[in-house]
Design a protein around this ligand. Structure first.
Ligand code: ASP
Length: 425
């Protein structure tokens, strides 16, 4: 009896103490084998997958709201001088390029084509109408922000959150002490909310291996082994995008500003590798800062502003990933994205990168928001949920590459700004 309890405890302990990344991957593999072996008989596992889908949906809007408000509120308007404007322009332009490259790779590799994932009976027949880009743009201003948040409308929520964040950042520097003090409280509330949400995200991810196992088993049970190819294609498409962006955009910009890309990559390799293994640009920040100072001689007053802001709002790798994955999901459910949906992806992914925290898997949560904005919400039992689970199963691999690109982008931007300000040693 007591040994039985000990055994149970051992398994429980192993589950929570082992590496999450490995567990999710084991969930994926176990799901693949279970699905292939048992075929359609395994459909009863669906509710376990539905739990994961609901948990993820539950956190999307609170995460978006709190992290975006905080992201915008953390940029001090007083530091938004010439330096701030330069780096923000760089961050936004490179992000637009990044999503573009992601979409291009998606359109070239066409991952997910021919998969034709089916949902369970209740959702399968539902026709999803994609909103037009012009409508999306006009509707970006919410007539009722609380309504937008509660009904999960992404772009109006982003609009409101950014406005709120920017206003908070302005009022934090107000001369009137009373206003300043009360706005600090509001800032702290959002900070607390964001921290709380990150912890909940972590807990939800603890369940992810089981949810991914169930969702994948059901997909493989219904589709068989031909699902492996598309996942390989997503990985190849995403990594091709990461490499292209690094070679063309970053090296091109460095050359434009008379810096040698080869020597850049040599001197910048420690943060790039750290980002790859930790999958967190925020976690890599101390290494990135040290490298900028020691290996490149960038002055502290530049990198101390550009790097933390970059780690919070500049996510080129994540943008590439989102472009590729949005295309994948479109193909996988047999509804390839229209041009106007792809343009909406560009708009949303650039904005989403502001709200993507520099922590592992944050981009995968933000992907849900992008799917919402193109009329592909993730409903339990829907083909979108099945396709999303497939990507989540390999998120660790995709996240390593995108985090490296995110950090490389922050460093390139910092160097360009430092060079243009003539403050590089
Ligand atoms: N892990 C990424 C980063 O820290 C964010 C993401 O998940 O896309 O930069």
């Amino acid at each position: 009896m007591s040994t039985e309890i000990a055994k149970k405890k051992g398994l429980f302990d192993w589950y929570f103490k082992s590496n999450l990344l490995i567990r999710i991957f084991i969930g994926l593999l176990a799901g693949i084998f279970t699905g292939i072996i048992f075929g359609n008989q395994i459909a009863w596992l669906q509710p376990l997958g539905t739990v994961l889908v609901s948990l993820l949906k539950m956190i999307v809007m609170p995460v978006v709201l709190s992290t975006l408000v905080l992201g915008a509120a953390s940029i001090q308007p007083s530091s938004l001088g010439k330096l701030g404007v330069k780096i923000l322009i760089y961050y936004i332009l490179t992000s637009v390029f990044a999503v573009g490259i992601g979409l291009l790779m998606g359109n070239i590799f066409k991952p997910g084509m021919g998969l034709n994932l089916q949902g369970s009976a209740d959702i399968a027949g539902k026709v999803i109408e994609a909103p037009k880009l012009s409508e999306t743009l006009v509707n970006i201003i919410p007539s009722n922000p609380f309504g937008a948040i509660s009904s999960g409308e992404v772009l109006p929520t982003i609009f409101f959150a950014l406005l709120l964040g920017i206003t908070i950042s302005i009022l934090r520097e107000n001369k009137d002490k009373r206003i300043k003090k009360s706005v600090e409280v509001l800032y702290s509330v959002f900070e607390a909310l964001a921290e709380t949400m990150y912890l909940i995200v972590n807990w939800v991810l603890q369940y992810a291996p089981i949810g991914v196992f169930a969702l994948i088993a059901v997909v493989f049970g219904a589709q068989g082994a031909e699902v492996i190819g598309p996942l390989g294609k997503v990985t190849i498409a995403a990594f091709s995008g990461y490499i292209l962006h690094t070679v063309f955009v970053y090296s091109g910009l460095l050359l434009l500003f008379k810096m040698n890309p080869a020597s850049f990559f040599k001197r910048a390799r420690t943060p790039i590798i750290t980002a790859f293994v930790t999958r967190s640009s925020s976690g890599t920040l101390p290494v990135t800062m040290e490298t900028m100072e020691k290996n490149f001689g960038v002055s502290r007053n530049i990198y101390s502003f550009t790097l933390p802001v970059g780690a919070t709002i500049n996510m080129d790798g994540t943008a590439i990933y989102q472009g590729v994955c949005a295309i994948f999901i479109g193909f996988a459910i047999g509804m390839p994205l229209s041009i106007s949906q792809q343009l909406t992806v560009i708009l949303t992914a650039v904005l989403a990168s502001i709200g993507t925290a520099g922590v592992p898997a944050a981009g995968a949560i933000m992907l849900l928001m992008i799917l919402n904005s193109i009329g592909l919400p993730m409903e339990a039992g829907s083909p979108v949920a099945a396709a999303y689970a497939m990507i989540l199963g390999i998120d660790a691999i995709l996240d390593m590459g995108r985090t490296s690109v995110n950090v490389t982008g922050d460093m390139t931007g910092t160097l360009i700004v430092a060079k243009s300000e003539k403050s590089i040693g």
